[in-house]
Design a protein around this ligand. Structure first.
Ligand code: SAM
Ligand code: SF4
Ligand code: FES
Length: 341
């Protein structure tokens, strides 16, 4: 896939047209199913200080919490009994939690239920740590590269190098994780060129899952007074990603539902095929505030699941609680199947 082709899609076609094609491609590969992942935000402690994020360590306004490993197992068990087979455990970068706590959760839950998929999204781990986690039963990992521009990445992450983040993504692939990554849209200093680089990078990595979403300024961070990007851009980028990566799982993210009332529906109609309802207990989720006005933090899960099934029905889609393994991950084992343009 060369950059010329991505550029052409981005500049020469309107969003509606791209979305129609992307929706058809998604339908061909995934039918009308939308995979649900139960998202557990098990701790908002974070040792990092990313300029854009409400969990950054210098944000003293946040009440910090962690959910104990046994309580996480209890939550997974409850939602397993409801029918969920795919769970995402997310947090800031560890302060109190340790790798052994994650291993304890995954080992014990996999002993109870061997038909589930566990995804982690906890920031940076080195290869040795990732190997231990994989051996203990973790199946998938989500680590956004945030931006493919190394200068901008360094600025947003206080001098950290993009190279190290990318190295981890390659380690995940080498260790046979189902690998997810992605980027934010509307970051400061972002240009169309950077957006095109982001898209190309998702393609080059042949990601199994691609999570993109708007950057939403948080007043309790140094980037609090910036503007939110226009929603149409997010729809267009989602559609292009579906067209160039037809077999990947693409979530319609919560951030998109936050800045646009029907945001998740619009992304599903532009090629997305995953939703990640928040199953964190209500008393904690109000403190996992990456950005303001986050949706679903005052609602119980029972409210959200009814809301989601009604919303999906309106766009002729239906909930699937299956593990929802990425076709990209399954097909990869069968050899190269990408057409180069
Ligand atoms: N700590 C881990 C990490 O950084 O990879 C995982 C949790 S972090 C909260 C998950 C994602 O939230 C980040 O990858 C980032 O893209 C997104 N995020 C953080 N602050 C945001 C904001 N203000 N607006 C939109 N997304 C944001
Ligand atoms: Fe921490 Fe992740 Fe937020 Fe950065 S984006 S401050 S690593 S939770
Ligand atoms: Fe939570 Fe609609 S999905 S209120």
């Amino acid at each position: 896939m060369n950059m010329k082709y991505i550029k052409e899609l981005y500049h020469n076609y309107d969003t509606e047209y791209l979305a129609q094609i992307a929706e058809k491609i998604c339908f061909l590969n995934y039918g009308n199913k939308v995979f649900l992942r139960g998202l557990i935000e098990f701790s908002n402690e974070c040792k990092m200080n990313c300029l854009y994020c409400g969990l950054r360590r210098d944000n003293k306004k946040l009440n910090r919490y962690l959910i104990t490993p046994d309580k996480v197992i209890e939550i997974i068990t409850k939602f397993y009994n409801f029918g969920f087979r795919s769970f995402v455990l997310q947090s800031g970068e560890f302060i109190t939690y340790k790798i052994k706590d994650l291993c304890y959760i995954v080992e014990n839950i996999k002993k109870k239920f061997n038909d589930i998929a566990i995804t982690l999204s906890c920031g940076y781990f080195n290869k040795k740590e990732l190997k231990i986690l994989k051996e203990n039963g973790v199946d998938r990992y989500l680590l956004r590269f945030e931006t493919a521009d190394s200068k901008l990445y360094s600025f947003l992450k206080n001098g950290l190098s993009l190279k190290k983040r990318i190295e981890m993504l390659y380690n995940l692939k080498e260790l046979n994780y189902e690998t997810g990554s992605g980027f934010m849209i509307g970051l400061p200093y972002e240009t169309d060129e950077i957006i095109l680089k982001n898209i190309k990078f998702c393609y080059d990595l042949k990601l199994d899952m691609i999570g993109i979403g708007p950057f939403i300024p948080n007043p309790d961070t140094p980037l609090g007074n910036l503007l939110i990007t226009e929603f149409d851009k997010i729809v267009k980028i989602t559609a292009i990603l579906r067209i160039i990566l037809p077999f990947s799982n693409i979530p319609a993210t919560t951030a998109s539902g936050t800045i646009e009332k029907l945001g998740r529906e619009k992304l599903l109609k532009a090629g997305a095929n995953v939703l990640m309802p928040n199953i964190t207990p209500k008393e904690y989720k109000k403190n996992y505030l990456l950005y303001p006005n986050k949706i679903c933090i005052n609602e119980d899960f029972s409210h959200c699941i009814n809301c989601l099934s009604k919303r999906l029905k309106k766009i002729n889609r239906k909930i699937s609680l299956d593990k929802g393994t990425s076709l990209n991950y399954i097909l990869k084992k069968e050899g190269e199947y990408y057409v180069s343009c």
